[in-house]
Design a protein around this ligand. Structure first.
Ligand code: ZN
Length: 369
């Protein structure tokens, strides 16, 4: 009885056949394993929006594709895995984004915290002082109070400066500063911008309106959010905040050609998003910033990183979570705009302010060309 088995095992062809069968089975498991790991990695990439992880994910996806193409097994299995890989990567990445965005909120239930003692040791804006400084040079503007905001014991005006001469044919520009209370450089930049407008007599050519402190209570408390603890710049779908409603109404009534929104981003460098069709604006702005020794954000030097950062708030998944920043809202209603984000990690407040002034200057120069 034992003789035939011994014969079978000692047969080298049979041994090879069996080994190949094991390797083949192993290869199928490797393909399924690689596909699963790639999909899981893209889920994490969507959640963390991490650049290094994205490079790893792309490498994994490529390796899986190569294995699927080179190591042929049953056609059905390969084709199915190929489909799962391609569709799954897109699906997994967006699922990660949905989970990430579900942590973002427009409004918080708790009261607004006073963060005047912050780790950056930045004093919150003295609104009365800055308003006084701004208005000193603003004699070519009308000061209009849009509304008043009550918070605790204080009542603050939310003002807009409007060009006195509002000839219809001039390009209409709205400048917004102080959306986030922990980003004061935009408000300080308004003083410089108004000085520039006056010295260069820009109101001859442009109709300019300026909201120099959209979020006065947040600015006074050095807190990102507004008096109701809501993030104004995430609220352009639900319009829960008085400020986003106001901007919507102003855009509807004034039909601006351009909006310039001044912020401070969490990057070591000046960042901007140009949503205008103005030719040469981006390259002019980049070289002007460099000329003035202002560090450019690393995001702007790296296309993939920039894509990841922007896509978090640009993708359709963000709309599912009812989150939308102003630039995307303006894009949706056809108003060209620039987002200027100065470097909050720089100790040099003058540089932070200058970044915004240069952005304004480049917008004006691009319009004059
Ligand atoms: Zn901001």
């Amino acid at each position: 009885m034992t003789k035939p088995i011994q014969k079978k095992l000692s047969n080298p062809y049979c041994f090879l056949y069996r080994s190949l069968a094991i390797i083949k089975k192993g290869m199928n498991e490797l393909k399924i394993g690689l596909t699963t790991i790639t999909l899981f990695t893209f889920l994490i990439i969507g959640f963390l929006s991490n650049y290094i992880l994205l490079l790893l994910g792309l490498f994994l996806a490529l390796s899986t594709l190569i294995v699927l193409l080179i190591v042929k097994s049953k056609k059905g299995l390969d084709f199915m895995l190929f489909l799962i890989l391609i569709v799954g990567i897109v699906f997994a990445f967006h699922s990660g984004l949905i989970i990430r965005n579900s942590f973002q909120k427009v409004c918080f239930i708790s009261d607004l915290k006073n963060r005047t003692e912050n780790k950056f040791n930045i004093k919150p804006i003295d609104l009365n002082q800055i308003e006084h400084d701004i208005l000193q040079n603003a004699d070519c503007f009308n000061l209009v109070t849009l509304t008043t905001i009550e918070s605790g014991d204080s009542i603050v005006n939310l003002n807009i400066l409007k060009s006195i001469d509002t000839c219809r044919n001039k390009p209409k520009i709205l400048i917004i500063a102080g959306v986030h209370g922990s980003e004061p450089s935009g408000v300080y930049a308004i003083k410089e911008i108004i000085h520039k407008i006056k010295v260069e007599n820009l109101l001859q050519f442009f109709n300019i309106q300026i909201i120099y402190a959209l979020n006065p209570i947040g600015l006074a408390m050095y807190n990102r959010n507004n008096e109701c603890n809501c993030d104004i710049n995430r609220d352009y779908i639900q319009f829960k905040t008085m400020q986003s409603k106001l901007i919507k109404k102003l855009c509807y009534l004034n039909k601006y050609n351009y909006v310039l929104d001044l912020h401070e981003g969490p990057y070591n460098g000046h960042y901007f998003i140009n949503n205008t069709s103005l030719k040469g604006l981006e390259s002019r702005l980049t070289s002007k910033l460099k000329e003035n020794n202002i560090i450019i954000s690393p995001l702007l030097q790296n296309g993939i990183r920039n894509f990841l950062f922007k896509y978090q708030l640009d993708s359709p998944t963000t709309r599912l979570n009812k989150i939308m920043p102003l630039d995307n809202y303006l894009n949706s209603i056809g108003i060209e705009n620039i987002l200027s984000e100065s470097n909050p990690l720089s100790n040099n407040m003058e540089h932070r302010i200058l970044g915004h002034v240069i952005t304004f200057d480049c917008l004006i120069n691009s319009l004059n060309k």
